[in-house]
Design a protein around this ligand. Structure first.
Ligand SMILES: Nc1ncnc2c1ncn2[C@@H]1O[C@H](COP(=O)(O)OP(=O)(O)O)[C@@H](O)[C@H]1O
Ligand SMILES: O=P([O-])([O-])O[C@@H]1[C@@H](O)[C@H](O)[C@@H](O)[C@H](O)[C@@H]1O
Length: 359
């Protein structure tokens, strides 16, 4: 019998995504003074990038009665609790913690996110992106059950908080209570400082590990290989949220059909755009359109790994990767009158860390 295959129309795949992590209030301090107060939490930075890239998502987040920012995706409000608050000190990192660019203190904490807080439905992928210890082992376990693929920011797993003043410390991933779940996780993202608290060689056997290196870009490690992904230039005024926006860009790129090395470039791009502003970045619409056009052009050559199993996930740098990087870099060359506008009150003139060389 002769069978014919009917060609399917080319459509943009629609994926269902679940972001899990609490919104928080961020207070940025330098020289003993408050420099800015902003909406924070990885969930807010990632939502911001997903919205910019037209990726739809469901969000599970908890805040207290005092939550003070307007957001597109409503959190669960706990009337008996306050919103999680972080104080970020930008001038203590070079004394007691010479390797850190900031010292973070969790000064208020909202309720954890329990497994029963998660929706009773399936998702194509989920993101475990807690900041204040709100994701419990049972919560991550439910996420790997209801999501086909789970991306994890290691900061959700390995943070501990000083009993007296809430200073954020890190514990070894093995001791975190989450270690047994790693073989069921697809991607684990860590900053270079956090990567010191895990055995990359071991974890890469189970899942893809992405380590970010600030202005130097990132590295991707998988079972059989590794690669460095070039950064984009930026005039850094505030590093807050760079890692979160990076993760939003990486996953947004994968959703739009980019292969891992190209998606990591998109992560680097959103990380670089974020450090150029204080707090949650506001992206210029023309810049975003250019980025989306470049992604659209690039994805025509690739298929989306969400459609297949592990085998479809390509780590090899494809032809044209360097050209794609150059075209993404050129999107930043739009007129800058609306670009890089800091949103936080009273923050426009502040530079929280010495600027890096822009490109
Ligand atoms: N100064 C910078 N210039 C350009 N890109 C940056 C800069 N800082 C961060 N980025 C981008 O953001 C990503 C995440 O930043 P990083 O500082 O490593 O994470 P975290 O915020 O978790 O500490 C980096 O991999 C890089 O792509
Ligand atoms: O800067 P980054 O590491 O990507 O992520 C940050 C967290 O580490 C911090 O706890 C939170 O208060 C910020 O809003 C932001 O989410």
């Amino acid at each position: 019998m002769v069978t014919t295959t009917i060609p399917q129309p080319q459509t943009t795949p629609i994926h269902s995504a679940l972001i899990v992590g609490n919104y928080c209030h961020d207070v940025l301090l330098q020289g003993g003074a408050v420099v800015a107060e902003t909406l924070g939490g990885a969930a807010s930075f990632i939502s911001n990038v997903f919205t910019a890239l037209s990726v739809s998502f469901h969000l599970t987040s908890k805040v207290g009665f005092d939550f003070k920012y307007p957001v597109n995706h409503d959190p669960i409000v706990i009337p008996s609790s306050k919103t999680t608050v972080f104080h970020a000190y930008f001038d203590q990192g070079h004394t007691e913690n010479a390797h850190q660019d900031r010292v973070l203190k969790r000064v208020e904490v909202c309720d954890p996110i329990n497994p029963s807080d998660l929706p009773d439905k399936r998702f194509d992928f989920g993101m475990a992106v807690g900041v204040g210890g709100e994701i419990l082992p049972g919560t991550l376990e439910k996420m790997v059950e209801i999501c086909d693929a789970v991306f994890v920011d290691i900061q959700a797993l390995i943070r501990s908080f000083d009993k007296n003043d809430g200073t954020v410390k890190l514990v070894g991933l093995k001791e975190s209570g989450f270690y047994h779940l790693l073989p069921r996780v697809k991607f684990l993202k860590a900053s270079s400082e956090e990567a010191l608290f895990m055995d990359v060689e071991e974890v890469r056997q189970w899942c893809c590990v992405v380590v970010t290196h600030g202005k130097d870009g990132c590295e991707v490690f998988w079972k059989d290989g590794e690669m460095k992904i070039e950064p984009f230039g930026a005039n850094q005024v505030d590093p807050t949220g760079a890692g979160d926006s990076f993760l939003g860009g990486l996953v947004g790129g994968l959703v739009h059909g980019l292969v891992v090395p190209d998606a990591a470039l998109l992560g680097n791009l959103f990380g670089s755009l974020t450090v150029g502003q204080i707090g949650l970045p506001k992206f210029d619409l023309r810049l975003l359109q250019r980025i989306k056009d470049e992604v659209q052009r690039r994805k025509l050559h690739n298929t989306c790994w969400f459609e297949g199993g592990d085998d479809s996930m390509s780590f090899t740098k494809p032809d044209g990767h360097d050209e794609f990087r150059a075209s993404l870099a050129s999107t930043k060359l739009v007129p800058t009158c609306l670009r890089d506008v800091p949103r936080s009150p009273g923050s426009v003139e502040q530079v929280i860390r010495p600027p890096c060389n822009g490109q």
